[in-house]
Design a binder for this molecule. Sequence first.
Ligand code: FAD
Length: 266
Amino acid sequence: MLAGGTDLIVDLKTARLRPSALVNLKRIPGLIGIEQTDKGIRIGALATASTIARSDSVTSAAPALAAAAAHLASPPVRALATIGGNVGRASPASDLGPALIVHDAIASITGIRGARTEPVEHLYRGPGTTTLAVDEIITGFFLPRPPDGFGSAHAKLGKRGSGTDIAIAGVAASVVLGTSGEIADCRIVLASLAPTLLRVGAAETGLRGAMATASALLAAGEAAAEAASPIDDVRATASYRSRLARVLTRRAIAGAIAAAGGEVAP
Ligand SMILES: Cc1cc2nc3c(=O)[nH]c(=O)nc-3n(C[C@H](O)[C@H](O)[C@H](O)COP(=O)(O)OP(=O)(O)OC[C@H]3O[C@@H](n4cnc5c(N)ncnc54)[C@H](O)[C@@H]3O)c2cc1C
């Protein structure tokens, strides 16, 4: 399946993949566009990172996704890279996957046996592999309208900061603040810190019901670093990634709290 080609063309040129046929998804109608309704936002699989980053609907309802799209690679890559290709590639360093998961996004999938839906969280099977059958494509994503008190954010560090490069580490977080300012619910997903995207249940459990304080965020960062299984590679050492897990988790949660209209108490 060829969408923007920013992963696939590299894989063809390096002979990592040798497909006998390519299907160009860009000629298939119905895979484009971003549509907002009372129930949430539908994003077509061919929506590019630059379209998503610039979308007012995504920026207001799904700030983590708009930020992740703005953090993906550089402007020329963002202009081609699609959201369907980002999830289809299933990279553990994906920027858009963690943001979709903290927004509880559902993928619409079509194959020769018909159509189905699947939470994005369940699509990631391992490094570079999804649970999609060989004949299935993602046609779009639905992000349900978030509850009152919701906020989300994305934090990332690449070799040259964010917005230029693949993640050394990345974190998306969402929170729902209760009426007393407590964290009633939250989701935290790490990228480039495990063989596949990692949702950090222990950090989420520790934060649920807690007030938004610096020490609660510190503990969540510790729990994220504990859950991560980073590796040494050309971009960074495992120990540096582990430190990033702490820092970026705190930053992403603080950003989500700010987006929800709250503040972190010292
Ligand atoms: C220089 C460079 C920098 C990059 N930096 C980043 C970065 O910072 N963050 C990041 O997340 N990624 C980055 N990437 C990776 C890439 O840009 C993204 O993963 C991009 O979103 C892939 O989308 P695409 O449309 O180009 O996919 P393609 O290359 O067309 O396809 C990728 C894979 O997904 C499959 N696929 C495509 N569309 C669908 C669909 N609708 N349903 C099912 N499967 C599908 C394809 O068959 C293929 O296996 C970078 C790539 C390059 C070359």
